[in-house]
Design a protein around this ligand. Structure first.
Ligand code: GDP
Length: 241
């Protein structure tokens, strides 16, 4: 359960992102109008103040939500908000840099609208995340939506995306079906988040322990060498003066 949600930072430029403070971060990304704000509200029980907007693409800021003083949800602007090519490229570069360099980033929720056919940009992001070994899950949104009889169903859209990913990759990412209307998938998302945070914590603890062992071994080796050198000195016959 998420008890306390606090918006700690909201910036419009990647340069102003808060410096890393060691707490784990989970980023949310998806096309504008994918249902990100609604999902955020569903996850945080309406305490995130993320606005559900009728106008696609109004969420432009990078918002850090501190959850229970232990970890962050990082709400990234939906791709597609930018209209000019230059703006699109600069946004894309920032997100990819953020994904690759942010030490505290544990994983990403890639939001994809299941009520429409997969967009190339969604596939690009999925390919990017798989190709760069960034832990993520695909969160399909709007799974409650039923469109007309001549449009593909949610299941057909999900299968089509998986088929397209299968053309390139052996292992597919996990998927979570959600609806902010019925609250389907909330528990699965929270489980995914806690498992990747735990995974990261264990990996960090292991790294720290390995570093400690290496340091201890180096110190032991240094002492041994010093002792050996002293012994050698003592054994050396004294020269007559
Ligand atoms: P954002 O731009 O990604 O933050 O998207 P919003 O959360 O503002 O949602 C965009 C539109 O999709 C709004 O009209 C929402 O009411 C609608 N929407 C979002 N999630 C769902 C969902 O799970 N089911 C349905 N049926 N509509 C949704």
């Amino acid at each position: 359960k998420l008890q306390k949600v606090k918006l700690t930072s909201s910036v419009e430029n990647e340069r102003d992102c808060p410096s890393e403070n060691g707490l784990p971060e989970i980023a949310l990304i998806g096309r504008s109008n994918v249902g990100k704000s609604s999902l955020l509200n569903m996850l945080t029980g309406g305490t995130s103040n993320a606005l559900v907007s009728a106008n696609p693409g109004t969420t432009r800021s990078i918002n850090h939500y501190l959850i229970d003083a232990k970890w962050y949800i990082v709400d990234l602007p939906g791709y597609g908000y930018a209209k000019a090519t230059e703006e699109i490229l600069s946004w894309d570069t920032f997100v990819k840099n953020y994904f690759k360099t942010r030490q505290t980033l544990c994983g990403v929720l890639l939001l994809i609208d299941a009520s429409i056919e997969t967009q190339d940009k969604d596939l690009d992001y999925a390919n990017y995340l798989i190709g760069n070994d960034i832990p993520f899950t695909i969160v399909f949104t709007k799974c409650d939506r039923k469109k007309g009889p001549n449009t593909p169903t949610v299941e057909e859209n999900i299968e089509a995306l998986e088929n397209r990913l299968e053309e390139t990759w052996h292992r597919l990412p996990s998927v979570i079906k959600t609806s902010s209307v019925s609250k389907e998938g909330r528990g699965d998302i929270l489980k995914f988040i806690s498992s990747i945070i735990l995974f990261r914590r264990r990996a960090n603890a292991e790294k720290k322990e390995n570093k400690r062992r290496l340091k201890a071994r180096n110190l032991k080796e240094k002492k041994y060498k010093e002792k050996a050198a002293k012994t050698k000195m003592r054994q050396r016959p004294l020269r007559k003066t």
